[in-house]
Design a protein around this ligand. Sequence first.
Ligand code: 4NP
Length: 155
Amino acid sequence: MIKVLFVCLGNICRSPMAEYVFKDMVKKKGLEKQFYIASSATSYEEVGNDMHYGTKDKLDEKGIPYTKHKARRIEKQDYEKYDYIIGMEESNIRNILRIVGNDKDNKIYKLLDFSKNPRDIADPWYTGNFTVTYNDIVEGCIGFLDYLKRKNIVK
Ligand code: 4NP
């Protein structure tokens, strides 16, 4: 089982969008039994809250299913629990490291590091642009799945 945790600042916009986009992607390829996929925040700001309506609207528009979401913050123990801890932007990586200590097993990545054009994913909570976020997340998820296949981690 490949355990993946997507992480952003609030766990209401980007990381749950990545969680449901990636779940849908692996399901459509018949790979869902090989994965456990979740998401979390680095801040306490939105803990317990549902996804942002902008994220839900975008998932609805694209026909991507999701279940009731409850934002949670990453815990130190999550470092041992997950194989891939994937942040959306550089500040997420710094915050994840602050919480888990260090990345001794090289588990921490930025989602678009798996794309041909590594960069941050802007926060739609500030930009209001969920279309750019969605496109970036799809690009990153495709790149991540390709990486797992290239490395023979996913069969
Ligand atoms: P996210 O967006 O990190 O993509 O979920 C944010 C949502 C809420 C806050 C910040 C970012 N906030 O500070 O409440």
